[in-house]
Design a protein around this ligand. Structure first.
Ligand code: ASP
Length: 510
């Protein structure tokens, strides 16, 4: 059998050679696709293996004899054939020069030949490979064929190069039918011994063979003597047809915190009206220093309609705001959680969501779209109760986003922002009960029973306070299909409460 694979060459070390051909120690620069294929006779009409090295000394006799309509091809050991089509960036680049307009070109090139090939290989520099892989993951919607990105640590012309094996492995995964491999309908990076989901990848080493890894998510497969694909980890073939969604909004910015960080230095950045989204790289589970000026900048940005996302500087684990006081305030400000995304995925996802003009970017940014994060965060906002309307009981309901998979709820927290009391003297103790999906509730409703999800006990100190309570187990039990109703009841009817926001934050695993 024959499979058709399309190769797009963009540049990178894989196709680089010394600037001065006579001086191997001169700086490396990207060469043409023809130069690259000179060293890969199996992929080309030209070139032949001579004395252990591939040389371009004229037409490859094997290809010419086979008379395959001029298409380069590769004969596999199992007798199957992979035929190639190819294209190249007019001017191949070092990947440090690749940006959103190049991602668009790559996505558009693939879309233009999508129907003609079974799989696609993109040859790319390693420096920003993970950004490209993430961006393409989002831009290529309902992907039903493999898009495999690879490159190398040493140029194809080097004697000890890793280019040939990386390219060969990429070609096998893209031409999966001929290679007797399962279909991986995703953007992936194939590098050294690993197959990485594109939107989970990071460059982790400047020099190791395995320079690209998936630091915070399992590999999709491994490469050794055999190529092993973990089919249970691979995304299913989409039901909808492939579509290109290339609009990106580049007006985003990443800010890294560090001890000694001075928020006044970034005031201009936060107040810049052109920037629509910020990714704040924070400590640990999403903590930031107790710096009123920084919180003020974040608050003003969010109030001005901008988006601020909290992303951890840690390579593994997940943002969990509200775990420590140092991050509780952030949730109240409306900062979004980047969960366990890589910075590459976070920044490209933000460009893509803002560029696509999605109706509720805040919600879309916290939803898993391509396996870029281990779950989706749903923010159920039940509104506010102003001081003038303070009440001893209040019931609110809403219909959650249809994508909330109730069977997969893994964490849930109840948050009552700026909870204040009327009719209680300072120092007096009070309680507040929260019920989920219990229509008839008042202060006599028994404490036991599944549907009381939380009881907050507090001493009223005269100042409204935000309260967060983890209610995972109770939410899992109480939430059914359809509407979600949240009822708050004061333990003492003479104590009337008010709040600026009532929220249920639900994390559902992907
Ligand atoms: N600077 C090169 C690039 O990213 C590095 C590489 O390809 O490994 O294009």
């Amino acid at each position: 059998m024959t499979t058709d694979v399309f190769i797009l060459y963009t540049g990178g070390t894989i196709g680089m050679g010394p600037r001065e051909p006579e001086d191997p120690s001169s700086p490396l620069e990207p060469k043409s696709i023809g130069e690259l294929f000179r060293f890969l006779p199996d992929f080309s009409l030209y070139g032949e293996k001579r004395g252990g090295r591939y040389r371009n000394d004229g037409p490859n006799p094997r290809a010419v004899e086979a008379g395959r309509g001029g298409l380069p091809f590769l004969e596999l050991d199992n007798g199957n054939t992979i035929r190639f089509g190819s294209a190249s960036f007019e001017r191949p680049v070092d990947s440090s020069d690749v940006g959103p307009s190049d991602w668009r070109r790559m996505a558009e090139t693939i879309a233009s030949v999508y129907g003609d090939y079974d799989g696609f290989v993109i040859l790319h520099g390693t420096d920003t490979m993970a950004y490209t892989a993430s961006a393409l993951s989002f831009m290529l919607q309902n992907l039903g064929k493999p898009v495999v990105i690879t490159g190398s640590q040493l140029p194809v012309s080097a004697v000890r190069t890793d280019a040939v094996l990386n390219l060969m492995n990429a070609v096998f995964i893209a031409g999966y039918q001929a290679a007797d491999l399962p279909l991986v309908p995703e953007v992936v990076i194939v590098f050294a011994d690993r197959i990485v989901r594109g939107c989970r990848a990071s460059k982790v080493s400047t020099s190791d063979w395995a320079g690209i890894d998936s630091p915070n998510a399992p590999l999709l497969g491994t490469i050794g003597e055999r190529i092993k694909i973990r089919q249970e980890a691979v995304r299913p073939v989409p039901e909808r047809p492939f579509a290109l969604n290339p609009a990106l909004d580049e007006n985003v910015f990443i800010i890294d915190l560090f001890p000694g960080f001075r928020s006044d230095r970034i005031e201009g950045l936060f107040r810049n009206p052109d920037i629509r989204g910020y990714i704040l790289r924070t400590y640990g589970t999403g903590n930031i220093p107790n710096d009123g000026a920084l919180l003020g900048l974040i608050r003003d940005a969010i109030e001005a309609g901008k988006i601020v996302m909290n992303l951890s500087q840690c390579g593994t684990g997940m943002v969990e705001m509200g775990l420590y006081a140092a991050s509780s305030e952030l949730i109240d400000l409306g900062i979004l959680s980047g969960l366990d995304m890589t910075r590459e995925a976070a920044v490209t996802k933000m460009m893509w969501i803002l560029g696509s003009g999605a109706g509720r970017p805040e919600q879309e940014l916290q939803i898993d779209h391509r396996g870029e994060q281990s779950g989706s965060l749903f923010h159920l906002f039940f509104g506010r109760l102003p001081k003038e309307d303070a009440a001893a009981a209040c019931r609110r309901s809403l219909i959650p986003d249809a994508r909330l998979n109730r069977a997969r709820i893994s964490r849930s927290s109840l948050r009552i922002s700026n909870l204040g009391l009327e009719g209680a003297a300072p120092g007096e103790r009070s309680t507040l009960h929260a019920y989920l999906n219990l229509p008839e509730t008042d202060h006599r409703t028994p404490a036991d029973g599944e549907k009381r999800i939380a009881t907050l006990e507090f001493e009223w100190n005269g100042r409204p306070e935000t309260r967060i309570k983890v209610v995972t187990r109770k939410t899992q039990a109480a939430i059914g299909e359809g509407e979600v109703a949240l009822t708050l009841v004061s333990g003492r009817p003479e104590h009337r409460f008010h709040f600026s926001g009532l929220h249920l934050e639900i994390l559902a695993t992907a």
